[in-house]
Ligand binder design. Structure first.
Ligand code: ADP
Ligand code: MG
Length: 218
């Protein structure tokens, strides 16, 4: 393991000094909004603003556009991360009511939806909906058959249950949809009764028992 020199956070009188790199494009205006809001709430931050012009080729690295497309030129974002030894990148994903529709052809739709399911916990959790002018069809989001695990009481029942909640919603049965949704959330997030695909030790029927118990208590 490598030894890392711990650099103390710039801190004086309860305030923090932070370097702000507005960079190019919309960076400066967006950083301006941050400053407006910080000022409004009295955030104890003192910004040191370092402006770097993307059109000027210099040795400073900043969170700005790299104009050169030559393969040997390290982007300034990457150079900055390398220089400061920031080797982990974390991005929390969550959608807000109202984070849009991605419209794409069948193949790309399958790829994107499967990637998202994978990121959120695999084939056993999310549901998908198909709509036409006359019919609607509700199914597990990745449309896997899970043939290899059939009949072993190990399949995660959540994806199909979510599909059933979607169906109840579609048909206007919001009360019943909510009953299942609430119980299911409690089973997953509070009781943590989970099948092995999502890190638990429970069987399919134990998960269903837990959901039924939570509906009974609601
Ligand atoms: P394919 O569609 O490529 O045939 P599968 O149907 O075999 O893929 O599913 C892909 C993987 O996801 C398999 O390892 C399968 O066991 C797993 N899987 C699919 N559905 C579930 C589920 N409900 N619970 C747990 N694992 C599942
Ligand atoms: Mg299959």
């Amino acid at each position: 393991t490598r030894k890392q020199k711990l650099i103390p956070k710039a801190h004086y009188g309860g305030r923090h000094a932070v370097t702000m790199l507005p960079g190019g494009g919309i960076g400066p205006e967006c950083m301006g909004y941050v400053r407006d809001i910080f000022k409004y709430i009295g955030a104890p931050i003192d910004f040191e603003v370092v402006d770097i012009d993307p059109d000027v080729d210099n040795d400073d690295d900043g969170n700005i556009e790299t104009k050169s497309e030559a393969a040997y030129v390290t982007s300034r974002n990457v150079a900055l991360r390398n220089e400061l030894d920031m080797y982990v990148y974390v991005m929390n994903c969550k959608s807000y009511p109202g984070f849009d529709v991605m419209l794409m052809t069948n193949l790309y739709g399958s790829i994107v939806s499967n990637v998202v399911c994978g990121l959120l916990g695999g084939a056993g959790l999310l549901s998908g909906r198909n709509y036409g002018d006359h019919y609607a069809l509700f199914e597990p989001g990745t449309r896997n058959t899970g043939t290899a695990i059939a009949g072993k009481n190990v399949a995660n029942p959540i994806a199909m249950l979510n599909a059933s909640v979607d169906m109840l919603e579609h048909l206007g049965h919001h009360f019943h949809a909510n009953l299942i949704r609430r119980a299911l959330n409690k089973t997953i997030n509070v009781d943590r009764v989970l099948t092995t695909d999502v890190g638990g030790t429970s069987t399919s029927s134990e998960v269903v028992e837990s959901i039924l118990g939570n509906i009974g208590r609601s």
